[in-house]
Design a protein around this ligand. Structure first.
Ligand SMILES: C[S@@+](CC[C@H](N)C(=O)[O-])C[C@H]1O[C@@H](n2cnc3c(N)ncnc32)[C@H](O)[C@@H]1O
Length: 269
């Protein structure tokens, strides 16, 4: 099983010698953004979401909550995150309280099928569908939580061809919970779940450049702590970077509009 790390807040405070509320934004960006591209990747999906104050976005697979807090700070909108890892939800909630954003950003330990609201103005998911076997069902259920015309942004890892990347990977320790698909299959899968494509961009080169800059010791974010918090973290990140560099994996960014029917994917609607 992946995503089983516990006691994350205590570990972070012990290692930094700093209370969570006193960490700088640069330190936090190296901890709570669990995807290639860090906070800069969130900036890249943001325009596609068309968010404005007063709106509420759904973050599917919200992890430690870095993207949710960044989007709330940048747009003034509310964000609701759901994630199936209890300890990540607890850490995300504690970090959000420390950031003074508890009134605007919330997290719950849930699968997308358990989300009761069906009126979100937008949704996004970053580096999550690699863990999902039934991708049509996953995106179908996301659509069921959106108002008509709402935006969906994705920032996802795909497999280029038949070659499998070496494990462990950031989303899978042993490969059992890794369900990679190609970008050529993922886009029509999302479209077939009730979405119309606005943008579908290969961000692999950009993500690789970001990893390379992160590895430069003088860079501001060079001391990113997240890999050191994760089981076998440095090796997972190294395998990911190598698979991006040798063309086994890609990172694709998508922006979509929900065009499916109102009761799409919601049994209670
Ligand atoms: C690689 S992390 C990305 C976290 C976050 N999106 C980010 O970019 O910082 C993947 C996250 O997806 C969550 N996840 C995996 N399968 C899920 C599912 N079926 N429903 C909700 N969350 C899931 C994991 O618990 C983990 O927190």
């Amino acid at each position: 099983m992946t995503y089983t790390e516990t006691g994350l807040i205590t570990t972070i405070e012990q290692r930094t010698g700093t209370q969570m509320a006193a960490l700088t934004q640069s330190q936090l960006d190296g901890i709570d953004q669990f995807h290639a591209g860090g906070a800069a990747a969130v900036d890249r999906i943001l325009p596609g979401l068309k968010l404005a104050p007063g709106m509420t976005a759904l973050d599917v697979g919200s992890g430690l909550g870095g993207p949710a807090r960044q989007i709330a700070r940048s747009t003034g909108c509310a964000v609701v995150g759901v994630d199936t890892a209890r300890s990540y939800v607890d850490a995300a909630t504690a970090m959000t309280q420390a950031a003074g954003l508890a009134g605007q950003v919330s997290f719950s330990c849930a699968d997308i099928t358990e989300v009761e609201r069906g009126d979100f103005d937008a949704a996004y998911t970053m580096h999550v569908q690699m863990n999902i076997a039934d991708k049509t069902g996953f995106f179908h259920h996301i659509g069921g939580r959106l108002r008509p015309g709402a935006r969906l942004a994705t920032f996802e890892v795909c497999q280029s061809g038949r070659d499998k990347p070496e494990v462990p990977l950031p989303w899978s320790l042993d490969g059992d919970d890794s369900f990679l698909t190609t970008p050529a299959d993922l886009r029509p899968t999302i479209e077939g779940s009730g979405f119309e494509t606005i943008e579908w961009v290969d961000e692999t080169a950009w993500a690789l450049e970001w990893f390379h800059e992160l590895a430069v010791p003088s860079s501001a974010d060079g001391a990113a702590m997240l890999p050191t918090l994760l089981t076998n973290g440095p090796r997972r990140m190294a395998n990911f970077t190598r698979a991006l560099a040798d063309g086994t994996l890609t990172v694709h960014r998508g922006a979509f509009t929900f065009v499916g029917p109102r009761d799409h994917g919601r049994q209670d609607a």
